[in-house]
Design a binder for this molecule. Structure first.
Ligand code: FE2
Ligand code: FE2
Length: 285
């Protein structure tokens, strides 16, 4: 069985006191109307970010293929059923070929995944709607239930799995969250050597290893763009490597996500949808 140790991370650990403090603040913010506030400011609708990515090995016939990337929905105290309706509407209006969700559907419990299922079930794209889990989605170890409920509504989870698109001209690889990898499966097992591949990996720290394994494009979330992106405060969110990181091995796109943790606030890190248009290399004349 082939597993890649570079695609594993130790979970971030917080003290009980710190977690209790964050929870108390969150409950207070929710009681003061945090959900309505967040919806009005961030989700009505969320901003749209546009990216064009030259993808080595992309077939000329797939030039212009578009993906809308949603991440970090964080159903929970500040986001419930109906709150994603405008984001879904805007996504569908872009008429993407493919829609992807890069994890953190929930905040505290698996049940929260059902709250947003009706909204997400309205997503439409000819190549499908594909998702991966984020570190928050393993609460209660109910991934199988989430996966089957979402599959019944047209959303396919890729859990260390790969799916061919466009008759195998492009592969989509979905990783389990790097903090949860249990080495059960090699995500690349079905991918032919040299295939043009895109990886969905919740944590952007996986990008270098995924580029090394041939994924020219990696789509991530997790960082919330710092969420409250101010000195001294952004350190509470995972480090944001940048919205887009181009290296010789490939391109990493990091979504700032749609939901919020701790407080229903975003500063210099607005909630966003990301539309990515793939560009095929020009052939030599
Ligand atoms: Fe998140
Ligand atoms: Fe996360």
């Amino acid at each position: 069985m082939s597993t890649d140790r570079s695609l594993r991370l130790e979970p971030r650990r917080f003290s009980r006191a710190r977690l209790a403090f964050f929870r108390a603040i969150e409950q207070l913010a929710a009681a003061l109307g945090g959900r309505a506030f967040y919806r009005a400011l961030q989700l009505s609708p969320p901003r749209l970010r546009e990216e064009r990515v030259l993808l080595e090995g992309l077939a000329a016939r797939l030039d212009g293929l578009s993906i809308v990337h949603l991440s970090d929905l964080h159903a929970g105290p500040f986001l419930r059923g109906g709150d994603l309706a405008r984001a879904v509407e805007r996504t569908n209006a872009l008429r993407p070929d493919l829609i992807v969700l890069t994890g953190d559907l929930v905040t505290h419990a698996a049940e929260e995944a059902w709250w947003i299922l009706e909204d997400l079930a309205a997503l439409r794209a000819p190549l499908g709607v594909c998702a991966v889990f984020g570190n928050h989605d393993y609460h209660g170890r109910r991934e199988r239930e989430i996966r089957s409920a979402y599959a019944a509504r047209g959303i396919e989870f890729l859990c260390d799995e790969a799916r061919p698109l466009c008759d195998g001209a492009l592969w989509l690889i979905g990783l389990e969250d790097l903090e949860e990898k249990r080495g059960a499966r090699d995500a690349f097992a079905r991918v032919p050597p040299g295939a043009c591949a895109i990886a969905l990996c919740h944590n952007p720290k996986g990008a270098p290893a995924l580029h090394a394994r041939g994924c020219a494009l990696v789509l991530s979330g997790h960082t919330h763009g710092g969420q409250i992106n101010l000195p001294g405060i952004r350190r509470f969110a995972p480090a944001h490597p940048g919205d887009r990181v181009d290296t010789p091995g490939g391109t990493l796109i990091v979504s700032r996500g749609l939901g919020a943790l701790g407080l229903p606030l975003r500063v210099r890190a607005a909630a966003e949808l990301v539309r990515i248009v793939l560009v095929a290399p020009r052939r030599a004349a």
